[in-house]
Design a protein around this ligand. Structure first.
Ligand code: NAD
Length: 244
């Protein structure tokens, strides 16, 4: 039986994880941590921590997992560069799955996006559009960034140099190189992502729409069961699903 501790347990994703956990007979939730609770006091009881708290908490959680020999599933998004560096450093000491999106459907979208970019080639304008609920704190979504990174990688571009976040005013004609990224916020939308490939005379759009957080929760629980059997290193959901 794999023993799981959930951080961010009172949040939207934390509650979805707790609801979905009983469907995974091989794991047991032994700890629920939210603001004000002390993970250090319970970490020895678990095999793996699933973190859906806040990007500001994840590096400290990763360091605690590394110090205690525990595996980690990172669900948080929006980490700054300093946080990313601290988290990445821990990957030498513990197995971690770090994915911007745990849904099987979105990971299929990642695969299709790479394939479409390769097939369509350089003659298409690339744009990523995402929509989330009004309470989401970071923008663009981690998934939109992952999609844009896939597109940039196929074109051998550095995303930081070609990303175009929204447009306003007299921005001039669209350049061929840029990859547009646009965030829409409103209502209770769980997560929509569309990748647009547009050229003269035609347009291809790949869209995924999540209508329940359960899809992320089941993916993260599956990742937890998988990661406890891996050697130290950084993995993503494509590794868990065997898509590499
Ligand atoms: P939320 O605000 O509903 O929940 C976050 C919870 O974490 C809250 O209960 C909050 O009190 C708690 N928290 C904050 N700081 C903490 C700390 N230092 N220690 C312990 N608990 C703390 O948010 P949410 O919608 O559940 O999303 C949580 C995170 O997961 C966000 O970063 C979001 O972008 C990400 N997310 C990722 C995926 C994915 O598939 N990777 C899917 C959905 C959401």
């Amino acid at each position: 039986m794999t023993k799981v501790i959930i951080t961010g347990s009172k949040g939207r994703m934390g509650r979805a994880l707790l609801d979905c956990a009983p469907a995974h007979g091989e794991l047991e939730v032994v700890g629920q941590i939210d603001q004000g609770d002390d993970l250090a006091r319970v970490i020895q009881q678990g095999d793996v921590v699933i973190d859906f708290s806040s990007h500001t908490a994840t590096a400290t959680i990763a360091e605690l997992c590394a110090a205690n020999g525990k595996a980690l599933v990172i669900g948080t998004t929006g980490h700054d560069d300093a946080e990313k560096t601290r988290i990445t450093r821990c990957a030498a000491r513990l197995p971690m799955v770090w994915a911007s999106n745990y849904s099987t459907g979105v990971n299929t979208l990642f695969w299709l996006t790479r394939k479409a970019a390769e097939i369509l080639g350089p003659g298409y304008d690339l744009e990523v559009v995402e929509m989330h609920h009004r309470l989401k704190k970071d923008a663009p979504s981690g998934t939109a960034k992952s999609l844009a990174e896939i597109l940039a990688a196929v074109r051998r571009q550095q995303l930081a140099k070609v990303a175009r976040h929204g447009r306003e005013g007299i921005v001039g004609e669209r350049t061929h190189e840029e990859i547009g990224i646009h965030s829409v916020r409103g209502g209770d939308v769980v997560g929509d992502h569309t990748v647009v490939f547009a050229t003269n005379g035609e347009r291809v759009e790949l869209t995924h729409k999540a209508s329940s957080r359960d899809t992320f929760a089941h993916g993260a629980l599956r990742a937890a069961l998988w990661v406890v059997r891996q050697p130290p290193g950084r993995y993503d959901m494509q590794d868990v699903l065997g898509l590499k």
